[in-house]
Design a binder for this molecule. Structure first.
Ligand SMILES: [Zn+2]
Length: 315
């Protein structure tokens, strides 16, 4: 409900993704991570003594050696694997980031001390510069349309190749940075995407966009308006795809743009609702196909009923 004290702030949305060169890799678990830490801002901290530390593991990943990277290599991200020598790094990862089919649910550090040799898929991103939201004036990456990125995101086919193409086109996904270790010493930071988490999250975002504004806006991250010298005097600045995606969902809900999820069972695409009319399918094609299926199912059912009636008449 409109309050007398409510007012509207016109603000500009600036999405400036930075280049990241992503590669698909297998991570191989080498053992438990003895003292898991959490990343708070830029600092890794131990879990407080009164809170049980979650399980973490040490994972070995072969990656192109970071010293060999140059702007040229980043630009030609696809040939990165051939151009640079590889190095074996150890990365510390919390158990929650690892796909559940790698474990049996009851396994833990006490009852299963040996966990080496298990492997899973992940994506590793190498970048030249890390976006610093505190001093965005340093950032001159071109401004891109956040909604184009979101369309691409919801259109990624459910396979690694398609996900990798998306990441290499749009850059940083989220704040998931982890130190690469050689003999326990930090040699570099890289950014990661864990595919199973990525797909689960996508379903949540799809539902958030098609769901009720209240459900999303009640828990959405803050917009964080930044003052600027030119009209409209306020900007929402984003560098990472995931927070950009969240921001587009917030803006769409705030401006009453409505979405539906296609009811054709094997489609499930998001579509924009233009009218108040209840629309069930994303396209005429889906509506037609769903209708054909419905008619066929009805025919089959009628035929079965007729057969049943004939049989009981004979019997
Ligand atoms: Zn559809």
């Amino acid at each position: 409900m409109a309050q007398p004290s409510n007012f509207v702030v016109p603000a500009q949305f600036r999405f400036r993704p930075s280049k990241v060169s992503w590669v698909a890799r297998q991570g191989e678990i080498v053992g438990w991570w003895e003292k898991p830490e959490i990343l708070k801002g830029d600092v890794w901290e131990h879990f407080p003594d009164n809170r049980p530390a979650p399980d973490g593991v040490l994972v070995r990943i072969d990656l192109p050696s970071s010293r060999m990277l140059s702007e040229h290599v980043i630009e030609k991200s696809r040939s990165i694997a051939e151009l640079t020598p590889h190095c074996s790094y150890i990365v510390r990862i919390l158990r929650s980031a690892i796909p559940t089919d790698v474990w049996r649910p009851y396994e833990n550090r006490q009852n299963t001390p040996e966990i080496g040799g298990r492997s899973f898929d992940l994506f590793v991103g190498q970048y030249l510069n890390l976006p610093d939201p505190v001093s965005p004036e340093k950032w001159n990456d071109p401004v891109k349309n956040a909604w184009d990125m979101r369309d691409d995101y919801f259109d990624i086919e459910g396979n690694s190749k398609s996900l990798l193409r998306f990441l290499n086109k749009w850059g940083f996904w989220g704040h998931s940075f982890r130190p690469l270790l050689v003999e326990g010493a930090i040699v570099d930071l890289r950014t990661f995407v864990f595919p199973h988490q990525f797909w689960e999250q996508r379903e949540e975002y799809r539902r958030a966009l098609a769901g009720k504004p209240r459900a999303w806006l009640g828990k959405a991250p803050a917009l964080n308006l930044v003052p600027v010298k030119e009209p409209p005097y306020f900007q929402v600045q984003r560098f990472y795809c995931e927070e950009t995606l969240q921001t587009t969902i917030t803006i769409d809900h705030l401006t009453n743009v409505q979405f539906g999820i296609c009811q054709r069972s094997d489609c499930g695409r998001l579509f924009r609702r233009e009218t108040r009319q209840k629309k069930l399918y994303c396209s005429l094609k889906c509506a037609h196909l769903a209708n054909v299926r419905k008619l066929r199912a009805e025919k089959r059912k009628a035929k079965l009923n007729r057969k049943g009636a004939e049989l009981s008449a004979k019997g």
